[in-house]
Design a protein around this ligand. Structure first.
Ligand code: DC
Length: 208
């Protein structure tokens, strides 16, 4: 059983995917963290994420980054991740690992941008989680402010729009809703309501 959860930045898909995995007893993989780890490895080595050879090398050494490193969640890491994610060789280097995790029994929930379209196109349940840019920026702003980072809402919104544009327009596996994915708009939903809506979709697709 594979549940693919895709969507733009700060749509709430990570929290939602983790809660779905807990509820059904499935393994959870945050695939964005893989791209973030590649970005962080480059930043730590003072290397340019736009350099395709160095980005590939970082993708091949991604296990050097501790998954609990808080710097993975930094905005500059996210921006570097979005740059390396446009590199097809980086994407290919990370593909096998994602597909291995997806085979986990009794099931796995993967969240990202291309799970339903490229990584697991045959996933029996696909969710495309989205929300308005303003609501997503507000959530990200609150998250950063709670961590004590000095940012303005306008900067967060403008970064988010840049990131959306990069994720949607890149040639390799752009962010897109799979034709057979269910659209879940969380603009007006808190996490509990989003979880309930997601479970209704999953249980309808997979009764029992
Ligand atoms: O979900 P996130 O913000 O942690 O992802 C960071 C970046 O990684 C995002 O800008 C796009 C990229 N990404 C991707 O291209 N494909 C995925 N499956 C997951 C993330």
């Amino acid at each position: 059983m594979i549940i693919a959860v895709d969507g733009p930045v700060a749509a709430g898909k990570g929290t939602l995917a983790r809660r779905i995995a807990d509820k059904y007893g499935f393994k959870y993989l945050d695939t964005g963290a893989l791209y973030r780890a590649v970005g962080l490895l480059l930043l730590q080595n003072n290397q340019d994420p736009n350099n395709p050879d160095l980005a590939l090398l970082a993708a091949q050494n991604v296990s050097k980054i501790d998954p609990s490193n808080p710097a993975l969640r930094d905005e500059k890491t996210g921006n570097a991740a979005s740059i390396v994610a446009a590199n097809q060789r980086v994407r290919t280097a990370l593909l096998e690992y994602q597909r291995e995790v997806a085979k986990h029994k009794p099931g796995a929930v993967l969240d990202g941008r291309d799970i339903g379209t490229v990584v697991c196109p045959d996933a029996p349940v696909k969710l495309f989680v989205t929300a308005s840019a303003e609501v997503r920026a507000q959530r990200r702003f609150d998250e950063l402010a709670a961590k004590g980072q000095e940012v303005t809402f306008d900067d967060v919104l403008s970064d988010l729009r840049d990131r959306d544009a990069r994720d949607q327009t890149r040639k390799s596996a752009p962010l897109a809703k799979a034709d057979d994915a269910h659209l879940l708009d969380t603009t007006k939903l808190d996490i509990e309501a989003a979880l309930e809506a997601a479970c209704q979709i999953i249980d309808a697709d997979f009764p029992g």
